[in-house]
Design a protein around this ligand. Structure first.
Ligand SMILES: *Cc1c(COP(=O)(O)O)cnc(C)c1O
Length: 394
């Protein structure tokens, strides 16, 4: 069996061939340092400007407010740490949600050690932030709210417009980790009152190790890397020109194809969800049924262990995930699944399947058939299942 069905697009995606093609000349012919004065380096400089414009346009932002970074984690770290350190004289209180990516949560924990206070607002059973709790958490010394646009594990989309309005009303900075949403959902930073936004290339069919932070003009943030004048001196270091070009191209394609691509993904996702829920008993869908990313499905199968399920799917050539890539390998259930109120034993039996452009209905059929067989096999080996069946069939 050597087929490979990749259903882990929330972890990373393949770089599109058109993106690679756009990048290649900037490794070889056009390798000039964008900061040099001779005409030869203008190609690199212009390519960066074009990518920056493409990205700015995709968010209805100003090109000057886009800062290239090495990815989502770096953008998240920069946004939180370096605004907190500037605004600490105004206050030391930060609000975030309980189901953020670890790039946010671990940064918040770090800031707590530096003397900041963080409120982790809870979510409802579908993973949507509790707006009344968020409102109640706001204090005179709150300087920053950071809530992700869409969750990487269960795909739930947050009420970003409401949160942006609330932050603005209260004179609080608003950052969103849009790494999963960017390229899948339309985003307008002005309409949504977003002050800072993180995104990453490799989550939208661009290269790894490149991303950006949008920083609205006028926001005070400390420079991330001191050195040369690159990125308006806020993040020094010779630019990753091929990476930036690749990111720009990936964004251009993501924007151009968004409607068609996501409509196809929603159709496939709904087909997958409906069949799994109908054909595999004792199964639940995690996250909001409709208010979720077009490509995300997350299931819990009662009486089984997610890690064994992943291994058996792998043997059938299917790549899935038990949660976020960063937590797999550890035996603690995901903080997101616990955050939506799942008991440990249900959270343990979870599977995230995230679709991409290239997935087909035929692949999904193959996955469903295998999933049915594997889940039954694992349940047949499960003492919990045996107990349950014995008690309930008497
Ligand atoms: C992947 C991801 C990140 C980290 O991005 P990298 O580019 O891998 O550093 C941050 N937040 C979310 C929601 C993600 O899905």
């Amino acid at each position: 069996m050597d087929r490979l069905i990749y259903l882990d697009h929330a972890a990373t995606t393949a770089t599109r061939p058109e993106v690679v093609e756009a990048m290649l000349p900037y490794f070889t012919e056009s390798f000039g340092n964008p900061s040099s004065v001779y005409g030869f380096s203008n190609k690199s400089k212009d390519a960066i400007a074009t990518a920056r414009d493409t990205i700015a346009k995709s968010l209805n932002a100003d090109s000057k407010d886009i800062y290239f970074t090495a990815g989502g984690s770096e953008s998240d770290n920069w946004a939180l740490k370096e605004t907190a350190r500037v605004y600490k004289d105004k206050g030391r209180h930060i609000i975030t949600s309980a189901i953020e990516h670890h790039a946010i949560l671990h940064t918040c924990e770090f800031l707590e050690k530096e003397g900041f206070e963080v409120t982790y607002v809870g979510v409802d059973e579908n993973g949507i932030i509790k707006m009344d709790e968020l409102k109640a958490a706001i204090r005179p010394d709150t300087i920053l709210i950071s809530v992700m646009f869409a969750n990487n594990e269960i795909g739930t989309i947050q009420p970003i417009k409401e949160i942006g309005a609330l932050a603005k009303e209260n004179g609080i900075l608003f950052h969103t980790d849009a790494v999963q949403a960017y390229g899948q959902l339309p985003i307008d930073v002005n309409e949504l009152n977003i002050d800072m936004l993180s995104a990453s290339g490799h989550k939208l069919n661009g290269p790894k190790g490149i991303g950006f932070l949008y920083i609205r003009k006028g926001i005070k943030i400390r420079n991330l890397i001191h050195g040369g004048g690159q990125e308006r001196a806020r993040r020094a270091g010779t630019e990753n020109v091929p990476g930036i070009v690749g990111l720009g191209k990936a964004v251009e394609i993501a924007v151009d194809t968004m409607n068609e691509r996501t409509a196809k993904e929603i159709e496939l996702r709904d087909y997958l969800v409906e069949r799994v829920l109908a054909e595999i008993p004792y199964t639940r869908l995690n996250g909001d049924r409709f208010n979720r990313l077009p490509n995300n499905a997350n299931f819990s199968f009662q009486f089984i262990e997610g890690e064994s399920l992943l291994i058996m799917l792998d043997m059938a050539g299917i790549c899935g995930s038990s949660g976020s890539a960063c937590t797999s390998g550890s035996l603690d259930p995901s903080h997101v699944l616990l955050g939506i109120g799942l008991p440990h034993e249900i959270a343990h039996g979870s599977l995230r399947l995230t679709l991409g452009d290239e997935n087909t209905k035929e692949e999904i059929d193959y996955v469903i058939e295998n999933l049915k067989e594997i889940v039954q096999k694992l349940r047949n080996m499960s003492p919990l299942y045996e107990d349950y069946m014995r008690t309930n069939n008497r």
